[in-house]
Ligand binder design. Structure first.
Ligand code: CU
Length: 178
């Protein structure tokens, strides 16, 4: 009984904040294509009250030159695969790269906030003013899981566990990739 009350309270807290901001916040919210950018994914809570012990992130098509930022206290594993479609980095065709990053072995208490950072570049053949989403599975102590894999649809209510993402914008003047 006590446990379910705690879970209900957490769910309500989550709902209260979700209207204003995504559960997993992305910094920055807009990323110019063709420009190496640091992108942070903010984890604001665990699974119910349970601490986060793994973050598994899929790197979507259109995001290239991906490097996770080293994170003390966490092991980081990369999966590299061929891309489904060739990606452009300026005039260069890129056919493979990092498609998955997994942070494991750490412990982020539910009461704490932390960010998981990557350095990456949006391929120059990605259309501007489109969203790019990063499906994430968050694992917690005791086997709890949050699956941030439902892409929000404009004009519809926000999914319970929305996939975090950012808006692709036109290349900036500085650091233009070609
Ligand atoms: Cu949430």
């Amino acid at each position: 009984m006590k446990k379910s009350l705690i879970l209900a309270t957490t769910a309500l807290a989550c709902l209260a904040t979700s209207a204003a901001q995504a559960h997993i916040g992305v910094t920055p919210a807009e990323v110019p294509s063709g420009q190496t950018t640091l992108i942070g994914f903010g984890i604001g809570h665990g699974c119910g009250e349970a601490a986060t012990t793994a973050i598994r992130m899929q790197i979507p098509e259109g995001v290239i030159s991906v490097q996770p930022v080293a994170k003390p206290g966490w092991d980081i594993a990369l999966t590299t695969s061929a891309y489904a479609n060739p990606q452009m980095n300026g005039d260069t065709v890129v056919t493979a790269g990092v498609t998955m990053i997994e942070w494991t072995g750490g412990n982020l208490p539910n009461a704490f906030y932390d960010q998981f950072w990557i350095r990456a570049r949006v391929a120059t053949n990605v259309e501007h003013d489109t969203m790019i989403y990063f499906p994430i599975v968050q694992e917690c102590e005791g086997g709890g899981v949050n699956r941030w894999i439902t892409v929000p649809v404009e004009g519809q209510p926000e999914p319970e566990e929305p996939t975090p993402g950012f808006m692709v914008t036109e290349p900036g003047e500085a650091g233009h990739g070609h």
